[in-house]
Structures are given as C-alpha cells and as structure tokens.
Design a protein. Structure first.
Length: 141
C-alpha cells in the first residue's frame, strides 16, 4: 500500500523515536508502555490516513465536477490530449493544465463583459456632457 509522503515521514519519525535506545523497535509483547505507544501511533496513522483520503476525495470530486462542465468540443480536445500522454502523472497534469486554461478563458470573457458596460456608460456620459456644453455655449455666445 502506498502512503502519501506525509504519512511515510510520520511512520519513519515514529520508528526513529521508538528506536532511540538503539535496540529493536518494540513489538506488541515488549512492555505495557510500548503497547500504549504502538496503539497511539496506530490511531494517529489511521487518523492521518483518513484525513488525507478525505481531502483527496474532495479534490477528486471537484476535478470530476470541473470536467463535467466542459462542452463537447472541449471534452474532445481533452480526450485527444490524454491519448497523447503516456503516464498517469502526465495525464493528471494534462487534465489540470487544460481545466486551468479553460477557467482562465472563462474568467477573461467575464472580465471583458463586466468591463464593457462601464465603458459604454462612460461614453454615453461624455456624449451627454458634450451636448450640454454645446447647448450652453450656444446660449451664451
């Protein structure tokens, strides 16, 4: 079973401290204190594994949701990119890069949309002020 890096480091540190005396790592029959420390470290291991699995499941669910929001053209492009990738890590990187590019394009389109309305308002205001000043100038002079 492969553990994430944080769990591997925690297991190595636990074994290092349990083996600080230079002897063997205590087993279940060594002493009462060793039994309790082993029980506590096992509980900590399970807790860390559970929390890590929960966070990874949440990330995977968000990734699947983002993939499901793609239109058919984008989905085909993603499938083509995935077929060109050889390893699982390369495929994961391709998925994340593609989804990030899609999200960036969507955010840029939203920003342009939100920007154009104030520019139209500004143009209309300048035009209105121009007409007002023209009429005032015509009346006074």
């Amino acid at each position: 079973m492969q553990y994430p890096l944080c769990i591997v480091n925690q297991i190595q540190m636990r074994n290092y401290f349990l083996n600080a005396g230079g002897g063997k790592v205590p087993t279940a029959g060594a002493s009462g204190l060793a039994n309790y420390s082993e029980l506590i470290s096992t509980a900590i291991d399970f807790g860390i594994q559970y929390l890590t699995a929960q966070s990874e499941n949440k990330k995977n669910l968000e990734l699947v949701q983002r993939i499901s929001e793609l239109n058919s053209q984008q989905a085909e492009k993603l499938k083509k990119l995935l077929s060109e990738s050889l390893t699982e890590t390369a495929k994961t990187k391709v998925i994340l890069d593609f989804l990030n590019d899609v999200k960036i394009k969507e955010l840029e389109a939203d920003r342009k949309k939100k920007r154009i309305l104030p520019l139209i308002g500004l143009g209309f205001g300048v035009l209105l002020l121009g007409i007002i000043f023209y009429k005032l100038n015509k009346q006074n002079g």
